[in-house]
Design a protein around this ligand. Structure first.
Ligand code: 5GP
Length: 191
């Protein structure tokens, strides 16, 4: 698996240190309030679990899964729900946990849906920000790292469902995905 990685972008140690920092910040910001972390399956799971474990306070968790359509329809931001939340978020302090924000379209759509459900507050915590690819302005309150425009895997992020369990974030060798990229008309699970 590690042989498919061209280079390590963010080491395990850097990730763990940043997770501790973000957890501390979130703990301080939500002091005295209930906190519901909403993880976007599947990519955000690793990050969310580590983040929650780094906090010394009660945290409720829930999950959502969406599929994003392929390259030709990507800019429409149309996503399909594969799994909705189990509980109502009305009146709750919701923190959405995402692995990576690229165009921002997936998150924009999800935030709009969640906003309609009237949470007490709605914030976003993202591990990786691929800033230069952004198409829409998304309010991101907590950001782990800004990353360049390259396809990254590890620490929850996959290619073809592989590499999620790498402890670091790395850039995949182009030859791994160039031959197997899904065609533009297909839909793929986001995250
Ligand atoms: P957006 O809607 O912001 O363009 O896309 C967000 C989703 O695209 C992420 O949740 C993730 O599933 C996927 N994605 C974008 N860039 C990368 C990347 O570099 N690596 C991986 N593994 N997934 C990515």
């Amino acid at each position: 698996m590690i042989d498919d990685v061209e280079h390590i972008l963010i080491s395990e140690q850097e990730i763990q240190q940043r997770v501790q920092e973000l957890a501390g910040q979130i703990e301080a910001d939500y002091a005295g309030k209930d906190l519901l972390m909403v993880g976007l399956l599947k990519g955000a799971v690793t990050f969310m679990v580590d983040l929650a474990r780094a906090m010394d306070r009660p945290v409720a968790v829930d999950f959502m899964a969406v599929s994003s359509y392929g390259a030709s329809t990507e800019s429409s931001g149309v996503v399909r729900f594969l799994k909705d939340l189990d509980e109502s978020i009305e009146g709750k302090h919701v923190l959405v946990i995402e692995d990576i924000v690229d165009s921002g379209l997936t998150l924009q759509y999800i935030l709009e849906i969640l906003r309609q459900r009237k949470p007490a507050s709605l914030r976003v915590c993202v591990l990786l920000d691929k800033k230069e690819r952004r198409q829409v302005d998304i309010p991101m309150h907590y950001v782990g790292f800004t990353v360049p425009d390259a396809f990254v895997v590890g620490y929850g992020l996959d290619f073809d469902q592989i590499y999620r369990n790498l402890p670091f974030v790395g850039v995949l060798k182009p030859e791994i995905y160039e031959s197997t990229l899904p065609d533009a008309s297909s839909s793929a699970e986001a995250g």
